[in-house]
Design a protein around this ligand. Structure first.
Ligand code: UT7
Length: 326
C-alpha cells in the first residue's frame, strides 16, 4: 500500500539565544521559577531579519538535503503557523518562492500548537490520494512577536523556530507490525472550540485590526493538556493496531516538562522514551514537534525503523497525535 514516508527532517532557530537569567533582567521572574515550573532554560528569539517564512525556508533546505530531494520536485507545501509573516499571502507561498519552486500547491494551516499535527494529517491524506508525490510539511513560528513582555506568566514560556519534514508517497507493507511498514500509520485530530478563551490572541484583522498579544489561563490549559494528550495518544495507537510498549520514541509538543512527564506516566511509558527539547527551545508552538524530531534524528536518538508517536495540544482547544515508523 501507499504511505507517506518521512525521507528527511530539518530545523532552524534564530541566532539569538536567551537564557532565563538574561530574561530575569527585564522581566520580574527567576531562573529557579522557570526551571521548576516548566523545565525551560533557553529560548531563541527572532531578530528583525528573521521571520516565520525565513526560518521555515532554512528548515526546509535542511530537510531537502537530508532527503536528497530537489526543491523543484516538491509538489505540495503545507505550513502550520499562528504567526505568519503577513495576514496574506500565506507563509507557505513565501517559502515556495524562496526555494525557487515554480509551481506547486502551497498553503498555511492554523491550529496553533497542534498545527503541525493538522498539517501532517492534511499532507498525508493528499499524498495517499495520489494527487501529490513529494511534500514539505512545516511548523514555523515567531511567537516572540505576539508576546506581552509585561506578562511574566506567559512571556517566559515561548520561543521562535521552525521544523520541516519531507514526506514522500512510497510503497509500504500492509502489516503495521512489519519493519517494512514505513511511514505514517495513523493520525487522529480533535478540536473543541468551547475553550477558545483559555488560550488566544486578543486581536486580529477582523476584530481589532491589530495583531494582538497572547493570553493564557495556564493552569486550565495544563489540566486539559494532560488528559487530552494521553487520550489521543491511546486513540492513535488503537487506530494503528499497536500498543504503547511497542513505541520507541514519543515526540511531544514541548510546552512544559511537567506535562511531558505526566502524559508519559499516564500511558505507562518510561521517561527515557520521551524526546525533550523544551529546556533548549521553550514552547515554539507549531514548530515544537518537528524541531524536536529533527533534533533527535540528528543527535542519533531516533533511527530508521523506530516507531514514533507525535502529539500536540494548543489553543482552540485543538489536539492530535500521529504514529509513524521513521
Ligand atoms: O502550547 C500550548 C499549551 N500550553 C501549555 O501547555 C501551558 C500549560 N500551563 C503551564 O505550563 C503552567 O500552568 C504554567 C507554567 C503556565 C504556570 O505554572 P503554574 O504552576 O500553573 O503556576 P501559576 O500560573 O498557578 O502561578 C503560580 C505563581 C503565581 O503567584 P501566586 O499567585 O501564587 O503568588 C504567579 O504569579 O507563580 C507566579 N508566576 C511567576 N513567578 C515568577 C507566574 N509566572 C511567573 C514567572 N516568574 N514567570
Amino acid at each position: 500500500m501507499i504511505r507517506s514516508v518521512v525521507t528527511g527532517t530539518g530545523s532552524a532557530l534564530p541566532v539569538r539565544r536567551v537564557s532565563n537569567a538574561e530574561l530575569a533582567q527585564e522581566v520580574d521572574t527567576s531562573d529557579e521559577w522557570i526551571v521548576e515550573r516548566t523545565g525551560i532554560r533557553f529560548r531563541h528569539i527572532a531578530g528583525p531579519d528573521e521571520t516565520t517564512a525565513t526560518l521555515a525556508t532554512d528548515a526546509c533546505k535542511a530537510a531537502l538535503a537530508a532527503a536528497g530531494v530537489l526543491a523543484v520536485d516538491i509538489d505540495l507545501i503545507v505550513l502550520a503557523t499562528a504567526t505568519p509573516d503577513q495576514t496574506f499571502p500565506s507563509s507557505a507561498t513565501k517559502v515556495q518562492a524562496a526555494l525557487g519552486i515554480p509551481d506547486c500547491v502551497a498553503f498555511d494551516v492554523a491550529a496553533v500548537c497542534s498545527g503541525f499535527l493538522y498539517a501532517v494529517q492534511v499532507a498525508d491524506a493528499m499524498l495517499k490520494t495520489g494527487l501529490h508525490a513529494k511534500a514539505l510539511v512545516i511548523g514555523a513560528e515567531t511567537f516572540s512577536r505576539i508576546l506581552d513582555w509585561e506578562d511574566r506568566a506567559t512571556c517566559v514560556l515561548f520561543g521562535d523556530g521552525a521544523g520541516a519534514l519531507v514526506l514522500e508517497a512510497r510503497e509500504s507493507a500492509d502489516n503495521v507490525a512489519s519493519p517494512d511498514a514505513r511511514g505514517i500509520l495513523a493520525t487522529r485530530l480533535h478540536a473543541d472550540g468551547r475553550h477558545n478563551d483559555m488560550l488566544y490572541v486578543d486581536g486580529g484583522p477582523s476584530t481589532t485590526g491589530t495583531v494582538g498579544k497572547l493570553r493564557m489561563k495556564g493552569r486550565e490549559v495544563f489540566r486539559h493538556a494532560v488528559v487530552n494528550l494521553a487520550a489521543v495518544m491511546q486513540e492513535v495507537l488503537d487506530l494503528a493496531g499497536l500498543e504503547s510498549h511497542q513505541v520507541d520514541w514519543v515526540v511531544p509538543h514541548q510546552a512544559n516538562a511537567r506535562i511531558l512527564d505526566a502524559t508519559a506516566r499516564k500511558l505507562g511509558l518510561p521517561p527515557e522514551k520521551v524526546v525533550v527539547t523544551v529546556d533548549q527551545h521553550a514552547n515554539t508552538s507549531a514548530a515544537s514537534v518537528p524541531l524536536a524530531l529533527d533534533t533527535a534524528v540528528r543527535d542519533g536518538r531516533i533511527k530508521r525503523g523506530d516507531l514514533l508517536v507525535l502529539e500536540a495540544m494548543g489553543g482552540g482547544f485543538t489536539w492530535g497525535a500521529a504514529v509513524l515508523r521513521y
